[in-house]
Design a protein around this ligand. Structure first.
Ligand SMILES: Nc1ncnc2c1ncn2[C@@H]1O[C@H](COP(=O)(O)OP(=O)(O)OP(=O)(O)O)[C@@H](O)[C@H]1O
Ligand SMILES: [Mg+2]
Length: 261
């Protein structure tokens, strides 16, 4: 396989939603799409776990719970989340990409101390072993990019207590994109953008996002996604786009714009 370094230094971070990874049609097209992007850009992938974690929790008699779209993770649920995210999903995704000719390498936020977190305190309740990103040490990613690889990151990360934490993949993607000074951050989900009255909006400001969250037009998993997109743009990522795989290929979706817009 050809893993020669790519001259273009532009980094694209793709966050792939967990639910998309259960969709056979999506998986069929993903490898080719990443291969195309990787011709002109350095590509970093961060993935979620959505449905697969829930399926395994249910199989093991654990009840999935969420607070504002964030998964509540007790010790047993963390074992499941870590096994599914850093094991099953990460390795299946890497295998799929390799099979499509993409030189993928899987790792998690734990590996190389990539993503350091502290326990997240949420005003609406104890989330358990859920981490809030404190710092990203992107050295291991730069090393992989320089050798022409495509890093595939599971969002399980490491705390200052040496324990592993579940972290929302949108939060990890935003922090990684900022630390890498990425050119673009795509949130690839099962919706073509932030929908208002059924239609994706072209651009979203911070003020508008807060208002729509308050009015429950933006709910569930879209809340951490919109907030992460805003955080990435505020941290200097020029473009954060919420879209689906078609949107990436066609240049469509919702672009989140900074407070100074
Ligand atoms: N205004 C909105 N526009 C679009 N989607 C919305 C909106 N409000 C809530 N959602 C929900 O947000 C979901 C996307 O977030 P979700 O967390 O479920 O997926 P993901 O982040 O892609 O996957 P994962 O969390 O597994 O990484 C959509 O499927 C939709 O149900
Ligand atoms: Mg999500």
């Amino acid at each position: 396989m050809n893993v020669s370094p790519i001259p273009d230094t532009n980094i694209y971070v793709l966050k792939i939603g967990g639910r998309q990874l259960d969709d056979a049609g999506f998986l069929e097209r993903l490898g080719g799409a990443v291969r195309e992007l990787h011709r002109a850009h350095k590509v970093v992938i961060v993935h979620g776990g959505g449905k697969a974690i829930q399926t395994w929790q249910e199989r093991l008699g654990l009840e999935p719970r969420y607070v504002e779209g964030l998964r509540v993770t007790d010790e047993d649920s963390l074992d499941v989340a870590e096994a599914v995210l850093s094991g099953l999903i990460n390795k299946r995704l890497v295998a799929l990409l390799l099979n499509a000719g993409v030189p993928a390498v899987g790792l998690s936020g734990v590996d190389g101390g990539l993503v350091r977190v502290e326990k997240m305190w949420h005003p609406l309740g104890d989330l358990g072993r859920v981490g809030e990103v404190q710092e990203v040490a992107p050295r291991v990613i730069h090393t992989l990019l320089e050798s022409g690889h495509v890093p595939v990151i599971s969002p399980i990360s490491i705390g200052s207590d040496g324990l592993t934490y579940n972290v929302n993949a949108d939060h990890v993607a935003a922090a990684v994109a900022a630390a890498l000074r990425a050119e673009r951050l795509y949130f690839i989900s099962d919706v073509p953008g932030v929908l208002v009255a059924g239609q994706p909006v072209r651009a979203l400001t911070v003020l508008q996002a807060d208002q729509w969250i308050e009015e429950a037009i933006i709910t569930g998993g879209m809340i951490p996604k919109v907030r992460s997109a805003v955080a990435a743009v505020d941290a200097g990522v020029p473009q954060a786009i919420i879209t689906n795989l078609d949107g990436v290929l066609k240049g469509e979706g919702t672009a989140v714009v900074s407070a100074n817009f």
